[in-house]
Design a protein around this ligand. Structure first.
Ligand code: SAM
Length: 351
């Protein structure tokens, strides 16, 4: 039976209120009784040396305590975590029965990416499976939103993501937003790849600590009055809570209400370093050594999404995602601390 399309569904291009069924539905998170904001540590290395004058006004937060101020200092060099993730995607792609498929990842990661991946894996053996699951899930969600009529995809903190090449289609525009240093390095690597469809994406250099990413998008041809899918993959844990909130608020306030954000996050104890598990400690130590420390985690994301303007959400632990995508569960993976979220101001993310 056909239903009357809502305004938001019309905005995605639906005529009859029916869309393709999603193959996997994320579970619901539970709203906690007592919500407390994640604490901010004054000893965090990236809180020092950042003055109010260099903080962008749109952040609207106490810059001395926080910020997208994140990795700006470390970002004098291309992101090492981005290369490591590309290496893990490459290895996952080359498995006999791969969960994800990124034929460009090996060339983009380079030897350093594989070295970092091997070191990280010694302390946290399930990292390749985690990255493969995340790529598979985010690819699946991207296809789903494109099938529902989305024509703009924004990759926030794009790193060495190749979705523009892998999932690009006629009429869909991809915008890759990343720190200028990492983006310049990516463009150099892409130019050495024969046949890579460079033109599938618009590259938007943006230091989140200094620039307003919405303004940067606007001046790059992005149409804020049309819905977009925003992919924020592997980034939130490297940002302080006010920066995460500011990004969410900016999306909720400035973009079309039927826009959808897809991101992952870790739990609060992982974000604060309050972990006893050896693999979690090793994971934190490894990225800190790469100059990109984990500084944020949240157990219950719904209150934060609600406070920043979102009214629709689906959340799932990576244990649940692993079960659905592989049919397996293993407590030793400690995936229960990692979550994926799909959220929107107005779009029905369950449909
Ligand atoms: C772990 S990588 C993830 C890359 C990509 N999303 C993926 O999953 O392959 C983190 C990304 O966040 C970006 N990032 C961190 N701090 C940033 C900042 N201040 N401005 C812009 N980008 C930043 C890095 O450049 C890097 O590309």
């Amino acid at each position: 039976m056909k239903s009357e399309p809502t305004a938001s569904r019309r905005a995605w291009g639906f005529e009859d209120g029916e869309g393709p069924r999603q193959p996997f539905v994320l579970g619901v998170d539970v709203v906690p009784k007592n919500r407390r904001s994640a604490g901010l540590s004054r000893s965090d290395p990236y809180t020092t040396g950042i003055s109010a004058v260099c903080g962008p006004s749109w952040l609207n937060v106490n810059v001395a305590r926080c910020g997208m101020p994140c990795h700006s200092e470390a970002m004098q060099q291309p992101s090492r975590t981005a290369r490591m993730v590309a290496a893990l995607r490459a290895r996952a792609t080359e498995r006999e029965t791969p969960l994800c498929d990124d034929p460009f990842a090996r060339a983009l990661a380079g030897p350093r990416g594989f070295e970092d991946a091997a070191r990280y894996e010694q302390g946290y053996p399930h990292i390749e499976l985690f990255v493969a699951l995340r790529t598979a899930l985010f690819d699946q969600e991207t296809r789903r939103w494109l099938a529902r009529g989305c024509t703009q995809v924004v990759l926030l903190g794009a790193g060495l993501d190749t979705r523009a090449a892998r999932l690009g289609q006629k009429g869909v525009r991809f915008f890759e937003v990343d720190h200028p240093t990492t983006q310049a390095d990516k463009l150099a690597r892409l130019s050495a790849l024969p046949g890579y469809p460079f033109e599938n994406a618009t590259y938007v250099p943006c230091d989140f600590a200094v620039n307003d990413f919405v303004e940067r998008l606007d001046s790059s041809g992005f149409l804020a009055e049309q819905p977009a899918l925003l992919i924020w993959e592997g980034v939130t844990y490297y940002l302080e809570e006010p920066a995460v909130r500011a990004t969410l608020r900016r999306i909720a306030e400035k973009l079309h209400p039927s826009s959808v954000i897809l991101f992952d996050h870790v739990g609060k104890r992982m974000g604060q370093g309050n972990v006893r598990d050896a693999s979690a400690i090793a994971a934190r130590d490894n990225v800190a050594e790469m100059g990109e420390p984990v500084v944020f985690g949240v157990d219950h994301v719904l209150p934060m999404l609600y406070e920043e303007g979102f009214r629709r959400a689906r959340c799932a632990s990576f244990d649940e995602i692993a079960l659905n995508l592989t049919g397996t569960y293993d407590r030793a993976r400690t995936f229960r601390f990692q979550h994926a979220v799909v959220a929107s101001v107005a779009e029905d993310v369950w449909a």
